[in-house]
Design a protein around this ligand. Structure first.
Ligand code: AGV
Ligand code: CA
Length: 309
């Protein structure tokens, strides 16, 4: 039986790639997608999310709109990228929205779906965790309906990717956007598996991968995802600008957990400068699992297989 999945993403290019990847998974039944206005502007991101559902013939999957804005905003150049996505040839002529009256709020959709579920639900988050935390603050009893949370977030034994004022560079962006909600999520001690920079650093977007993907361009999804990824290579070639397969790696964990090296730890989240959003190991902290390594060759091969349709 396929596992029930709720996905929350924040509309960046690898979030949208992750949504597509989820939609190729035979063992997953996607029961809702909520979008966080973090690494995106919400309207174009919802438009992208809906267009990808249509492309995959799954427009019945409901979308929820995140209206909460975190504590530390993402750079606007990153947030603006989905506008380009929506103009790509395979997407530009698809309808923008299923519902002229708007969307349910993201926390309400999460509550509705967790309440109605006939079995425990897996939650995949590829952006900040605020929508889920708001839902669980409102309806704490629904924690019992969660099977596992998989979250692309954090940096434990490697440097972070936030470079900004009032910050020492130790945090990863999804945690930094809303450190307070992140700490709350840790404190619930639900089954939480983090896919942090420690492991995503192993999977940059490489021209070699894109070149192999291009060799199967007759498959619609290889064509489209190749275009998505090409748009991520416009940045300055230094670590802080390298585009990794952050969210896609977290998403692939659903299908190939045995390919990851996972560590059990006690950890906490800092909520104040100069290291707001830092995830750190702490004997007196909360129980979490986090990935430290992955079978990289297997992962890239998995993507090439899934997008051969
Ligand atoms: O920190 C990684 C998270 C992932 O969820 N995001 C991008 C992924 O969607 C933030 C981010 C870090 N560096 C970036 C990011 C960059 N160079 N461009 C866009 N977003
Ligand atoms: Ca993201």
């Amino acid at each position: 039986m396929p596992k029930l999945l709720l996905m929350d993403h924040d509309g960046a290019i690898d979030d949208l790639l992750s949504q597509l990847l989820v939609l190729t998974m035979p063992d997953v039944e996607l029961i809702g997608i909520t979008v966080t206005p973090a690494d995106c502007y919400i309207e174009p991101a919802l438009e992208s999310a809906y267009k990808l559902l249509q492309l995959m013939g799954q427009e019945q999957v409901p979308l929820g709109r995140g209206d909460y804005y975190g504590i530390n905003a993402f750079p606007s150049e990153w947030r603006a990228r989905p506008e380009i996505i929506n103009a790509l040839p395979l997407l530009i002529n698809l309808p923008k929205s299923p519902d002229p009256y708007g969307y349910l709020s993201a926390p309400d959709l999460i509550i509705e779906k967790l309440t109605a579920a006939t079995e425990k639900v897996t939650i995949l988050m590829t952006g900040p965790c605020s929508n889920l935390v708001m839902a669980l603050e409102k309806a704490p009893e629904l924690k019992a309906n969660i099977a596992e949370i998989v979250w692309m977030a954090g940096a434990f034994r490697v440097t972070g990717n936030v470079q900004t004022f009032q910050h020492d560079g130790t945090a990863e962006w999804n945690v930094f956007w809303d450190p307070v909600s992140s700490q709350k999520l840790f404190s619930y001690e639900l089954p939480l598996t983090l896919i942090p920079l420690d492991v995503t650093n192993h999977v940059p977007v490489t021209k070699q991968f894109l070149s192999t993907l291009a060799s199967q361009i007759d498959h619609k999804l290889s064509n489209l995802t190749g275009q998505f990824w090409a748009l991520t290579l416009d940045t300055i070639p230094s670590y802080h600008y390298t585009y990794f397969m952050w969210d896609i790696l977290a998403t692939s964990y659903l299908a190939m957990p045995e390919q990851f090296t996972i560590e059990t730890a006690k950890a906490n989240v800092s909520t104040r400068p100069p290291n707001a959003g830092q995830t750190y190991l702490d004997e007196n902290g909360y129980s979490v699992l986090f990935a430290t390594d992955v079978n990289v060759a297997y992962f890239y091969e998995y993507l090439l297989t899934q997008f051969r349709q």
